[in-house]
Design a protein around this ligand. Structure first.
Ligand code: NOJ
Length: 731
């Protein structure tokens, strides 16, 4: 027996009631159907035209042009019997026309205010062309850099994903309801998609209930609390049941337990995929399973359109279930104000000065400085000659990253262009060395080497084309593709001061490059303002302040590796790690000890979660707690002193971690519970303050939520290796 309900009295209930009463079963089913028109030219092709006119489409996605959107909306509003407007969905993922850094880069800013501003700009730009619904934010936890979609995620930490999800939803939708500048957001992909085995997209996921609740569901719960309009069911199978037909996660948890009042859309043909998964025997079975699970709108399978009527007439599906789905969809249409104004907001402008400033700020705050030998950075503007080398130095399209349907190369400022503007063309020796990232010949190496020899400093812009990251674009080997390694090696032999900037959506295995270059900036795919943002960092107009939202492994074999792991019964330490090459012949079986490490690569990553250097140094001291013991109705204030002890004005991200020492189930060795950006002048100090509530210490044991009394450790610092520690007890 399925229990479902959207029956609580909502603001729009009477309007919805009135409309639903007038609707035929076919018209209701039409609202539950989302399709893409594959014919990219106007006028709208007749098949598609008729479907809209007959009320058989409730939403369109990824339409080709604003003209097409306008015409489709006009047909729905003026020519369909009930004039119900369309939801116009689109993948507006990290910007619309102004493209911001890819989402993993935005997570590296650890700046929720900035992320909110970015979503707001994206919404304004999208609405200016008639889009009223985005398939963002993506909130999949991603602990595997082989998974190409890590680029769209916030990385490995549920707290970061949750905070960024809240910020994005506020930016897209507005805090207090929609207006003509906001768009509906989508919490996706529900749920566990990032745990794909082997990091291969669409792969099976196996997640125990406690882990599902404590890690993967957390950002979705926060999104529901933030009134996210829609949730997208995923492609993945979770513990044997595909997530687009999963009663436990959608019907039971999302709708019944959390009381989600928006609607659930499938992912692209993920209802049809229930058959491919071998979870449904045919299209009727897939339709029943998806709808009973709680998927309200069918993206592109066309199964709802084809099958629901027959199944209702046969008695295999109740019309009540259909009404529930339709009411949810209409509710969002009413809330968005589409019945009053379904069209584009023509007052909105694309690519404003303000949008570009924010885009540049996002590049500056997302770029992570991972190495700066001999303080080679920042460079002086008085430098004579700079060699600019690498396939990403002047690749305007590629630096925008994945999912940029609306970004344009002509709006994009590359590193080469920005450097020419800043230093003057005469100072630049440009020689890419490789045509694209995957070039596997050395034909242009000689020019690059010559350019480097004739320069005082070498800037290498290496990475990936955008198509090498994102959906279905996973990698088993995470070194830079093509002959980029060879080019870095040749350049490093010259002994020139060398800075490597990596422009990619994914994490590469960069350990070898740290030996070969002086400084390394991880710049992600930076979007429209990549060039100007990098120039400010390279020449010290700003200090880097990005922090890693995902652990950087030393080698692929360490994956998955993440900071918030459990301890095991055999934790490794530096002392316990026996290095493979130190082991004598015929060493006795137990002589190496028994701890949780690799003989060849140990147990530590290359760079830990939360890490990122600056042009200055920060000293953290004086951690203080307002109490040593707190009770369930108490709160705890934790403070620390942060001092800028270097000579450069800069921002740092103060991070609060805790450890629950003993639990009903084993608890992670560290968990992030707060972060704050702090700006400090040289010599300046500030007290940073965090508040913890007992609720923040809650966890799920697989059966229920618990807040357990006991001892806790707490740290404040600027990475997950923070050592400034104190203790408290929950009574
Ligand atoms: C499939 C992707 O998984 C999803 O993220 C996206 O929003 C839809 N396609 C629509 O393009």
């Amino acid at each position: 027996m399925i229990s479902f309900s959207c029956k609580s009295r909502l603001k729009e209930d009477s309007k919805i009631d009135k409309l639903v009463q007038q609707m035929t079963l076919e018209e209701k089913i039409g609202q539950m159907n989302q399709v893409m028109n594959f014919i990219d030219t106007m006028p709208i092709d007749p098949y598609f035209y008729n479907l809209i006119q007959e009320g058989k489409i409730g939403s369109v996605l990824n339409a080709y042009s604003p003209e097409m959107i306008k015409e489709m909306q006009r047909i729905a509003v003026e020519e369909s019997r009930l004039g119900i407007p369309l939801l116009v969905g689109r993948d507006v993922i990290h910007g619309y026309r102004t493209i911001f850094p890819v989402n993993i880069g935005l997570a590296a800013t650890f700046n929720t205010e900035l992320v909110k501003e970015i979503a707001k700009i994206a919404a304004i730009e999208a609405r200016s062309e008639g889009v009223n619904w985005t398939f963002a934010p993506m909130m999949d936890i991603s602990r595997d850099p082989r998974w190409g979609r890590m680029v769209e995620s916030c990385g490995e930490d549920p707290y970061v994903a949750e905070q960024m999800a809240i910020a994005s939803i506020r930016g897209f939708q507005g805090k207090n309801g929609f207006n003509s500048n906001s768009i509906a957001a989508t919490a996706k992909h529900y749920v566990g998609y990032g745990a794909a085995i082997g990091g291969r997209d669409y792969n099976t996921t196996l997640i125990p209930e406690a882990e599902l609740r404590n890690v993967y569901l957390r950002p979705f719960k926060a999104a529901v609390n933030e009134n996210v309009a829609t949730v997208m069911a995923g492609f993945n199978e979770l513990n044997g049941v595909p997530t687009s037909g999963n009663i436990h996660t959608i019907r039971d948890i999302l709708k019944n337990e959390w009381g989600f009042k928006g609607f659930v859309v499938s992912d692209w043909a993920s209802i049809k995929n229930l058959e491919v998964h071998a979870y449904a025997k045919d299209s009727s079975d897939a339709t029943i399973k998806a709808l009973q699970a709680g998927v309200d709108m069918d993206m592109c399978s066309l199964y709802y359109l084809d099958k629901i009527k027959e199944l209702v007439l046969k008695g295999s599906l109740s019309e009540e279930l259909i009404d529930d789905a339709v009411r949810r969809i209409l509710k969002i249409k009413f809330e968005l104000g589409l019945f009053e104004n379904p069209y584009a907001n023509k007052d909105n402008k694309l690519i404003t000065e303000q949008a570009l400033d924010i885009a540049k700020k996002a590049v500056i705050q997302s770029t992570v400085l991972l190495q700066n030998k001999n303080k080679i950075l920042p460079l002086s503007k008085d430098i004579n000659k700079v060699a600019v080398i690498g396939p990403l130095a002047d690749a305007p399209y590629e630096q925008m990253g994945t999912w940029v349907f609306d970004g344009k190369s002509e709006n994009t400022v590359t590193p080469l262009k920005a450097l020419r503007e800043y230093l003057g063309n005469k100072k630049i020796n440009y020689a890419p060395g490789l045509k694209i990232s995957r070039t596997r010949d050395k034909k242009a190496f000689a020019d690059a080497i010559k350019a480097a020899k004739n320069s005082d400093v070498v800037l290498l812009f290496m990475g990936d084309e955008s198509i090498l990251t994102g959906e279905a674009h996973c990698r088993a080997k995470l070194t830079l593709p093509g002959y980029q390694n060879e080019l870095i090696t040749e350049i490093s032999k010259l002994g020139k001061p060398t800075v490597l900037v990596i422009m990619s959506g994914i994490i590469h295995m960069i350990e070898p490059y740290l030996e070969q270059v002086d400084a390394l900036l991880y710049g992600w795919h930076p979007g429209t303002m990549g060039g100007p943002g990098y120039v400010d960092l390279l020449f010290g107009l700003e200090s880097p302040s990005g922090k890693l939202p995902m652990t950087f492994p030393r080698t692929e074999g360490q994956i998955p590796i993440y900071y918030n792991h459990n301890n095991t019964g055999h934790p490794a330490s530096d002392e316990s790690w026996v290095r493979m090459y130190d082991i004598p012949l015929k060493a006795w079986q137990t002589s190496l000890g028994n701890t949780n490490h690799y003989l060849d690569y140990g147990f530590e990553p290359l760079f830990e979660f939360g890490f990122g250097l600056s042009y200055t140094e920060f000293n953290y001291s004086d951690i203080k707690l307002s109490k040593e013991t707190i009770s369930l109705d108490d709160s705890l204030i934790i403070t620390a002193r942060i001092k800028n002890i270097g000579g450069f004005k800069a921002e740092d991200v103060a991070q609060l971690y805790i450890r629950d020492l003993v639990g009903d189930i084993v608890r992670p060795v560290k968990e992030l519970k707060g972060f704050q950006r702090i700006s400090l002048n040289p010599g300046e100090e500030k007290i940073v303050e965090f508040i913890l509530y007992p609720k923040d210490l809650e966890f799920h044991n697989g059966k229920k939520w618990l807040i357990e009394p006991g001892d806790f450790h707490v740290w404040i610092g600027n990475s997950s290796k923070a050592t400034l520690m104190s203790k408290f007890e929950l009574k």
